[in-house]
Design a protein around this ligand. Structure first.
Ligand SMILES: CC(C)(COP(=O)(O)OP(=O)(O)OC[C@H]1O[C@@H](n2cnc3c(N)ncnc32)[C@H](O)[C@@H]1OP(=O)(O)O)[C@@H](O)C(=O)NCCC(=O)NCCS
Length: 173
């Protein structure tokens, strides 16, 4: 279970470097996205950069931007289109020693709620992930769309996952 002193909120501009450090901690060399991308997410779409704090300490964070693309592409990573109908989640990372305690699930659930409540144009959320995390997202309301268009430097195949935003009050969890 997550800590009772936990708080989820929009990250502040001054936390962008820490957010980049989470990127490095979460993904091995070749998998981490560059600092320029992380800076763009925080600058252009701060409402889609949400942190999970325990006693004021950042222990997890999720970042995304809006896009008008039909699929998750490289251009989604480096842009934010406020009129876009899709949110691309670029990165969800939980600090290593806090994994397996429900934090990633809680943060993802809150993220989808925030989108449903505040971004009326958005009708779906997509992301790409490695094969080992497909089941994690399937168990949390996402469906696999098969091999992704985007690739990481080491050539590991990535899979595109998609979740519809339902505004009828249906619970995904
Ligand atoms: C994937 C990740 C976000 C999960 O967050 P979490 O807080 O550990 O997940 P939760 O505690 O909510 O749920 C535990 C689930 O994660 C799975 N899991 C994946 N990697 C895990 C890890 N290293 N430690 C513990 N659980 C892990 C467990 O099998 C469990 O799955 P299940 O409930 O479907 O059986 C986290 O492990 C992480 O930051 N990994 C590195 C970055 C990454 O791969 N991000 C996802 C791609 S964008």
């Amino acid at each position: 279970m997550s800590s009772s002193a936990a708080l989820m909120r929009m990250m502040k501009p001054e936390e962008v470097h820490e957010s980049f450090l989470f990127e490095l901690k979460g993904f091995s060399a070749g998998g981490a996205l560059p600092k320029e991308a992380v800076e763009l997410w925080h600058r252009e779409a701060p409402e889609l950069c949400i942190g999970y704090y325990e006693d004021d300490r950042l222990v997890a964070r999720i970042c995304g931007t809006q896009s008008s693309e039909a699929r998750y592409t490289n251009s989604c990573i480096y842009s934010h289109e406020p009129q876009g109908t899709m949110v691309g989640i670029h990165s969800l990372v939980v600090e290593q020693d806090r994994r397996g305690k429900g934090i990633g699930t809680a943060l993802l659930k809150r993220y989808l709620q925030l989108i449903e409540e505040n971004l009326n144009k958005v009708n779906r959320v997509t992301l790409v992930c490695r094969e080992r995390v497909i089941l994690y997202y399937e168990n949390r309301g996402f469906q696999s769309k098969g091999l992704a268009e985007v690739k990481v430097a080491d050539g590991t195949p990535l899979f595109e996952m998609e979740c519809s935003i339902l505004r009828s009050g249906n619970s995904l969890f």
